[in-house]
Design a protein around this ligand. Structure first.
Ligand code: ACO
Length: 334
């Protein structure tokens, strides 16, 4: 049995910065409300004509990750792409990355686990490497949220939270010490409606959406019961981090860097307090980018690494909770 390790990280966010004041020109909101409830100061949105899309941003992040891993596109054996906002309804974004990166005929798998997408994708990559089937896997999280949000006052409870961006990791067969120690995944479909986008889908197909009165029922914009999500998130995050630590006979105090999915600064601070972690043990960048769903962990991981906050031998924990509900963690020795 082999083990796997992240050998390169990269991220990309669009240049267009959208501040809370910018949003308050579109809807009835304000900087104080957004900062107090979410910690978010600004986020990035794709600008019409800037050439970005979910797959294009994914490729930009991937090229940086490959270069840092010193791995050529030809050496990648598989793509695992987590997104809830692919460029097309089908096929998924993975094949677009495969084409744009010129990666021969390698398999491309899309993961549909929303905010937990990158953690699920890392776990999938880890299994393929453990068995010896593949040596290098490109794992991506990328989202174009701004293209599908309601920027009127009606959508303010959701639209102020989300941003666009992409992050990527090259996961390789581990030749040395450390690497991924374990991954832990869960879901609870009972709560699927509490954070969801219901159409277009086979349930709500386009003619049906057009017929509906958009003032009453708008299944083509995301819905979130914020307080319900908050209550579940704080429990599940802590649970799945502790599950991972216990599986490896580790304690919270052993964590050198926790990269939580950047859902909401209040959620991260709640977990930090609950687990008695210091500011140095937890990385947050939601203030700059908002919640980028499947992209938030790889963007944060890449930034923490760039800032020198992750060093050889560190115990790094990734943890996510999101729509589904789904949640999971990755425990690794850098
Ligand atoms: N600006 C100003 N006022 C707003 C806004 C806004 N953007 N959005 C909602 N409000 C108003 C509401 O209309 C409501 O007004 P009312 O009292 O007159 O009816 C008031 O603010 C309070 O609304 P709530 O929805 O109760 O606000 P809450 O305090 O719960 O904060 C939030 C909302 C930030 C979403 C909170 O529930 C939360 O932190 N939830 C966690 C979920 C989360 O962060 N999800 C992120 C994505 S999911 C994930 O990644 C897992």
């Amino acid at each position: 049995m082999f083990t796997s390790k992240i050998t390169g990280l990269g991220h990309y966010v669009p240049e267009n910065v959208v501040t809370n004041d910018d949003l308050s020109k579109l809807m009835d909101t304000n900087d104080a409300w957004i900062q107090e409830r979410t910690g978010i100061k600004e986020r990035r949105h794709i600008k019409k004509g800037d050439g970005n899309s979910t797959s294009v941003m994914a490729v930009k992040a991937s090229k940086i990750a490959l270069e840092r891993a010193n791995v050529s596109p030809k050496e990648i054996d598989m793509i695992v792409f987590a997104t809830l906002s692919p460029d097309m309804y089908f096929p998924g974004g993975g094949v677009q990355v495969q084409e744009l990166m010129g990666m021969r005929t390698i398999p491309a798998l899309d993961v549909r686990n929303q905010c937990s997408g990158f953690v699920y994708a890392m776990s999938v990559a880890d299994q393929f490497i453990k068995t010896g089937m593949y040596k290098n896997i490109l794992v991506i999280g990328a989202e174009n949220h701004s293209g599908g949000l309601d920027f009127t006052t009606r959508g303010r409870g959701v639209s102020v939270i989300f941003g666009d961006g992409a992050g990527a990791a090259v996961v390789s067969r581990n030749e040395g010490e450390g690497g991924i120690l374990s991954t832990h995944l869960h879901s609870e479909g009972e709560h699927k409606d509490q954070l969801s986008l219901q159409g277009p889908s086979t349930e709500y197909w386009v003619p049906e959406i057009i017929e509906k009165n958009p003032q009453e029922d708008i299944p083509y914009y995301p819905y979130m019961d914020g307080q319900f999500v908050f209550k579940h998130a704080v429990v599940r995050f802590a649970e799945v981090i502790n599950e991972g630590l216990k599986a490896n006979n580790l304690e919270a105090s052993d964590i050198d860097m926790l990269i939580p999915h950047q859902a909401n600064l209040r959620i991260s601070q709640f977990i930090q307090k609950k687990m008695r972690l210091s500011d140095d043990q937890v990385f947050n960048n939601i203030q700059k980018y908002g919640n980028t769903t499947a992209a938030s962990i790889p963007i944060a991981l890449s930034e923490a690494w760039e800032e020198g906050k992750i060093k050889e031998g560190d115990l790094v924990v990734l943890a996510a909770f999101g729509s589904g509900f789904t949640w999971g963690s990755v425990i690794m020795r850098w």
